[in-house]
Design a protein around this ligand. Structure first.
Ligand code: ZN
Length: 206
């Protein structure tokens, strides 16, 4: 690897992160100070590994009111500040079935409420994933490439999403959060061990 990689712009880092999968970690050295500070503040509001809420199964949402729509907006802002591509309500300590994601930077924020994977394709692929609740952890996760998901939007209207590739991966990652499942549960024993070691080291450093 050449020295020029240290000059990579935040935008390039972000693109690489999007390729790396859901909520992957940008290298902080590559963010400008303002963006880095905003990201740090956002991460402080996101529940981190070890918090029992991340292992809680979230309950279905029954009320589709202004409070819910405000929550969607707040989660979207937090996800953007944290430079993530997806966020589940459990990650902010709210145990109901809501997730938000945005795959392309210019795309509209998508909110899925009470999502159910109705169908998964047989083909799977392994990709590196990160998670806003697991700082500095990247592990390979094998997931179906194509899924069909039924959900409600923030107005309680039914939506059907046929997703492939990164979108399918992010949705599956966030639905896992609503069931208390983390990427550590979906990777190899070796990668889980290494990730746990990194998490412990980060904890000691902090
Ligand atoms: Zn996550």
């Amino acid at each position: 690897m050449s020295d020029s990689t240290t000059e990579t712009s935040a935008e390039t880092a972000l693109e690489e992160d999007l390729e790396a999968g859901a909520g992957a970690e940008p290298r902080e050295a590559e963010l400008d100070p303002e963006t880095a500070a905003r990201r740090k503040a956002a991460l402080a509001q996101i529940r981190q590994f070890g918090d029992p809420v991340l292992r809680t199964k979230a309950r279905p949402i029954e009320r589709f009111d202004d409070a819910l729509r405000e929550e969607v907006q707040r989660m979207g802002d937090l996800m953007d500040d944290a430079i993530g591509v997806g966020l589940a309500a459990t990650q902010v300590g709210v145990v109901h079935r809501l997730l938000v994601y945005r795959i392309a930077q210019d795309a509209q924020l998508a909110a899925l409420i009470n999502p159910e994977i109705e169908w998964s394709g047989r083909d799977t692929e392994s990709m590196e994933e990160g998670c806003l609740s697991l700082p500095r952890v990247l592990v390979d996760v094998d997931r179906p490439i194509h899924v069909r998901v039924r959900a409600l939007n923030e107005y309680g209207e039914p939506i059907l999403i046929e997703a492939s590739g990164l979108e399918a991966r992010v949705i599956q990652h966030e639905i896992d959060h609503l069931d208390g499942v983390l990427i550590l549960d979906r990777t190899s024993r070796e990668q889980r061990k290494e990730a746990m070691r990194n998490l412990r080291e980060a904890e000691q450093a902090a």
